[in-house]
Design a binder for this molecule. Structure first.
Ligand SMILES: NC(=O)c1ccc[n+]([C@@H]2O[C@H](COP(=O)([O-])OP(=O)(O)OC[C@H]3O[C@@H](n4cnc5c(N)ncnc54)[C@H](O)[C@@H]3O)[C@@H](O)[C@H]2O)c1
Length: 280
């Protein structure tokens, strides 16, 4: 679709954290095409600026780049001022900032007697674990505190990001899995808490999409050959492929718009069937 189309998100003011990233930049472009106005929040301001310029060249001009750190409430408050200064309201929050990091990951999938201790759970540093856990979980909670306060006036909709690791732990990514399971739980908590205020809170659980945070786990250095782990993922995905960012568009727009007006507290897997298949 090349032109803006009227849809459930048309005219809505969206704040999207991590919007310069792979999944959320694609989702933002889709929301812009459907007539939303989007504040592109990211710690990497230069990337957010570049993305907004790219959108403008495509005629999608209702986007602004705003620097913000999801772990710093003062920075989020400053970003909120910028958004309200531009559009006077906030209808939607997408908590896209997050991800995994090698320092919160154990090189070994399972510990055996031959394992080097530093490759196992025992080699995880508190700093590495906390970094990944905090970025994902606290980095979802703080933007909700800051931006949902603005939605108290006329209601709104929130979309969090879970992962397959929220349903069932994945080997290696202990900190990430714990954080994403926390986000699923928090999504239900906040949905319940804010329902009387007309604010709905849902989440997407993307399956496996090749992005910066997991490329080192899924693909060899040539960027093409599957690692042993990548092969396992494809074997457990009934559709036998990785997702592409556009696979999230429809699900996101549905959960964010009034079309899902009686749905709150759900986490929707977009995963080619990964969650439903036991592997046998
Ligand atoms: N890629 C996948 O396969 C996959 C699967 C499941 C879930 N997810 C989740 O989807 C979300 C987006 O993932 P992605 O693959 O597009 O990641 P990405 O790394 O491409 O994008 C994340 C963005 O967040 C920004 N960011 C990081 N720390 C920040 C901070 N403290 N404050 C503000 N911005 C910050 C980064 O600059 C980056 O632009 C994440 O929550 C991720 O965990 C991804």
């Amino acid at each position: 679709m090349d032109k803006k189309e009227k849809s459930g998100v048309a005219g809505k003011v969206v704040v999207c954290t991590g919007a310069a990233g792979v999944l959320c930049s694609s989702m933002t472009e889709d929301l812009l095409r459907h007539g939303a106005k989007v504040a592109v929040l990211d710690m990497r301001k230069e990337l957010a600026d570049k993305f907004v310029r790219k959108m403008a060249k495509k005629g999608l001009t209702e986007a602004i780049a705003v620097e913000a750190n999801v772990l710093d409430k003062a920075s989020l408050e400053a970003a909120k001022k910028v958004v309200l200064g531009k559009w006077r309201r906030i209808d939607i929050l997408i908590n896209g900032a997050g991800g995994n990091h090698p320092k919160g990951t154990t090189p070994a999938e399972q510990m055996t007697k031959d394992s080097k201790l530093e490759d196992t759970f025992f080699g995880l540093t508190a700093e590495g674990f906390e970094f990944v856990n905090r970025l994902n979980l606290v980095g979802t909670v703080l933007p909700c505190q800051v931006f949902c306060k603005e939605m108290l006036k006329r209601g709104g909709s929130v979309l969090n990001f879970c992962s397959m690791a929220a349903y069932q732990p994945l080997t290696k990514v202990a900190a990430y899995g714990a954080a994403k399971a926390g986000i699923m739980n928090f999504t239900r908590f906040l949905a319940t808490h804010l329902a009387p205020m007309g604010i709905r809170v849902n989440a997407l659980a993307p399956g496996f999409f090749i992005t910066d945070q997991n490329r080192f786990l899924m693909l060899e250095k040539d960027g093409k050959t599957l690692t042993a782990r990548g092969k396992k993922v494809i074997a457990k995905t009934p559709m036998r492929k990785f997702g592409k960012p556009s696979d999230l568009h429809g699900a996101a727009r549905f959960l964010l718009s009034d079309e899902s007006g009686f749905i709150t507290g759900v986490t929707l897997p977009v995963d080619g069937g990964f969650v439903c298949y036991s592997g046998v």
